[in-house]
Design a protein. Sequence first.
Length: 204
Amino acid sequence: MNMLEMQNSMNTRVHESWVDQGFAWYRAAWIECGELIEHYGYKWWKKQVPDIEQVRLEVIDIWHFGLSALFHDGKNIDQIADEIMSDLAAHQPNGLEVREATEELALHCLQSKSFSPSRFWDLMLAAGLDFDSLYTAYVGKNVLNFFRQDHGYKDGSYIKNWAGREDNEHLSEMVATMDHSSSDFAEQVYAGLTARYRELVPAE
């Protein structure tokens, strides 16, 4: 439920009436699936080594869009949370490999124009994530999204590469050293991003 509340807050920041706009969140989710496969590798005609860390970051991005897609038909957060739990309780993980699990999720998005938490669970497990690591990574990325908005992401003035590395990479590095169970975990992440951004990105 906490992640649903955080996603609603982030989306409201971008558009106050976001639920009523009918944004195609399912489309964003399946396109992220394609980006995930790029990081994992699919070219049998050349040597490729899966970038698992980037794959997991894409899984988290998919979860952001997937949570957003579940807000429809006037459902409140409690109702959506109950539906997620029911879907997961009725599902037996199928043990698919990353590419196959990604394709199953993308196919469902395309066919139903919606999002399947149970198919996402299969992908999450294939990528080596459990629910604790999903939550930690989600909170970190949610805070980064707020940070981007606060520093000019919408008008194009935000600088995404800090000293030659994407902000996602800096986020992962920072979060690894923090107490994920702390009640002010999100605030710590935001403060850390602010300090690093000021240190590494030249002021205009």
